[in-house]
Design a protein around this ligand. Structure first.
Ligand SMILES: *[C@@H]1O[C@H](CO)[C@@H](O)[C@H](O)[C@H]1NC(C)=O
Ligand SMILES: *[C@@H]1O[C@H](CO)[C@@H](O)[C@H](O)[C@H]1NC(C)=O
Ligand SMILES: *[C@@H]1O[C@H](CO)[C@@H](O)[C@H](O)[C@H]1NC(C)=O
Length: 432
């Protein structure tokens, strides 16, 4: 899938929450050594550079980049100059250096600005820096027109210290008896950047990493956003690499490397009878390695709204526990969830060109709602095998069709399904 060089005009607004931790895990994902052919689309990192306009280096504004010196003021100055420029400007964060940046607002920009992050931006190690500040706003972008983030550098939230001090990882540590949602924000999502962009903004993302054992650290969390493109990102995390929740539409994800992590997830949606809409999502070109899920849609019982027009295309999987999964009985609460008479409707979901290895025999699972069966599911060119060579598909209230070679064979009511069948292609080729 090709993107126009200037895709910014097609984007309107989005919110991305990024949790970024521990760079040391990064190398493991780059050393991808597999017989599985990597997806081609979206992986070209050398795009034609767009016009830079006025170019500023943060180092010219006093940034030191030794990882110790506080570079916040230098970033602030460079940002201000860029924003008040009468022409398009590019702020360069040079490669080979580490910039310590305190919580900072990137706001109110008159000019069209590109932040080219080539080096590493790190958050203060000490969680106390956030006392009295909103930890959800480390690097906080808002009210900006036409912002581009690019560069392939790193943003590192230094999250390990937070996790070590959180009841999520150490039961003896305090959880603060706050409402659940607040607790979630305080305890879990403390270290990340929010990119909250106004009209006609878009981005190209960088490398994001979080330790595999970190709880609820979504790599990129897209919420209530439309016209979002996530291009060429490399995510290692303890939760979803990318999650898309209500109310989001027109989301394109391409060139994603994910793992370890929980894969790509739409949802969860419809918790506590919530109305949720997710419409028009395209995942084209992803490589998922050692993830808990591959491509997933999860909804709670009792919700309302819909998920529709979603395509997962050109995805390579390696040792993925649940490669293709729709779960309309999602339940993440300590008590079992009761079945209800409503659900977020799931329809028009396509899975095309999904290949590789499954860590379990059940490579496809469509567990749809009794009250609102899945409709318009479509499978094409699927080759998912387990280490035994055999995989199966499970359908419950799932209606759909398939074409091309599909293994495991689809289980839609119309097709002869649920028969364990040896794959006809060379299974050895896919094992590693
Ligand atoms: C949990 O926190 C307590 C109190 O700070 C500490 O003594 C203990 O070593 C921690 N446990 C782990 C597993 O880190
Ligand atoms: C999604 O949109 C619906 C309808 O506009 C609204 O009721 C709901 O609160 C929204 N949910 C979220 C999480 O934004
Ligand atoms: C909910 O419905 C599903 C599908 O009909 C069924 O398998 C499951 O046991 C039910 N769960 C509860 C808690 O009733």
């Amino acid at each position: 899938m090709k993107f126009p060089n200037n895709f910014r005009n097609t984007c309107t607004s989005f919110v991305i929450i990024i949790v970024l931790l521990d760079l040391s895990h990064f190398t493991s994902s780059v050393e991808i050594d597999s017989l599985i052919e990597l997806p081609q689309s979206g992986f070209t990192r050398n795009r034609t550079p767009r016009k830079e306009g006025f170019v500023l280096h943060v180092t010219a504004y006093g940034a030191v980049g030794d990882g110790l010196h506080d570079d916040t003021e230098a970033f602030r100055k460079a940002w201000k100059v860029a924003c008040y420029s009468s022409q398009r400007s590019t702020v360069i964060i040079p490669e080979g250096f580490t910039y310590l940046v305190q919580p900072m607002n990137f706001a109110k920009c008159r000019a069209e600005v590109t932040l080219r992050i080539l080096g590493a931006i790190i958050a203060p190690k000490d969680p106390e820096v956030w006392l009295g500040l909103n930890p959800r706003k480390w690097l906080y972008f808002h009210g900006i027109k036409k912002l581009t983030l690019e560069g392939g550098g790193t943003i590192n939230g230094m999250g390990e210290i937070w996790w070590a001090r959180s009841c999520k990882t150490n039961k003896t540590m305090p959880c603060h008896h706050a409402p659940t949602v607040t607790l979630y924000f305080l305890e879990i999502d403390v270290v990340f950047a929010i990119f909250r962009l106004a009209e006609q903004s878009c981005c190209r993302l960088l490398f994001f990493t979080a330790p595999a054992e970190s709880p609820n650290t979504d790599g990129i969390h897209i919420s209530a956003s439309s016209d979002v493109k996530v291009i060429d990102s490399n995510i290692i995390t303890g939760d979803d690499c990318i999650s898309i929740v209500s109310n989001s539409s027109k989301v394109v994800i391409t060139g994603l490397f994910c793992g370890p992590g929980h894969g790509i997830s739409i949802g969860s949606l419809g918790k506590q009878h919530e109305w949720a809409e997710v419409d028009d999502v395209m995942v084209d070109g992803a490589y998922l390695s050692n993830t808990q899920n591959g491509v997933r849609i999860k909804t709670w019982q009792g919700g309302a709204g819909y998920v529709t027009r979603v395509t997962f295309r050109n995805v390579r999987m390696e040792n993925v526990a649940n490669p293709i999964i729709i779960d309309q009985y999602y339940c993440d609460s300590p008590k079992p969830c009761k079945n209800q008479t409503s659900a977020v409707h799931v329809g028009k979901i396509s899975f095309v060109g999904i290949k590789g290895t499954s860590a379990s025999e059940e490579a496809i699972r469509f567990a749809c709602s009794d009250s609102s069966p899945c409709q318009g599911l479509y499978l094409k060119d699927i080759q998912l095998i387990s280490y035994t060579g055999i995989t199966t598909a499970f359908c419950w209230q799932a209606q759909g069709s398939s074409s091309g070679f599909v293994y495991p064979s689809p289980c839609f009511p119309t097709s002869k399904s649920m028969i364990k069948q040896k794959p006809t292609f060379n299974a050895l080729h896919y094992s590693s």
